[in-house]
Design a protein around this ligand. Sequence first.
Ligand code: THU
Length: 154
Amino acid sequence: MPVEPLTPALRRRLVLAARRAVRTSYSPYSKFKVGAAILTDTGRVFTGCNVENASYGLCNCAERTAIFSAVAAGERRLRAVVVYTPTPEATMPCGACRQVINEFGPEAVVLSVCDGQERLETVLPALLPVAFGPQDLGIREQEPRVPRRRRSPA
Ligand code: THU
């Protein structure tokens, strides 16, 4: 399923959301704050920040925090991932995040913004070519989104 191009309004919304998300970054060890915002195929936006741990290997990146929130909310398909760092230069998602993006957004647009002028934009296949993914385990169809439950009237 080809990914629809992002409109300038959507882009602005995602960048703003990623910039807001960095406020809750828990990064006392690296002091490197990251905020992320993702757009799903249903048009919902989810955000996340990096969450570190005294046991360093357990640190979770902002991108994965946002993606896992979306999946926990029933979403299964990503259109775009936006990363914000309050740094002079933009940074792209790490290898682990690229693999997680591939699971839910193999064609996702990836945009990185920062406090400087630099803006990096690409698509996931350029960041993770010839990816190992669901197809290698015999899964050809993306899992459908889990429908949202309607609130029952009080
Ligand atoms: N980090 C992210 O949150 N996203 C990235 O794309 C790169 C790295 C976090 C992990 C860790 O908390 C800190 O940045 C330094 O690596």
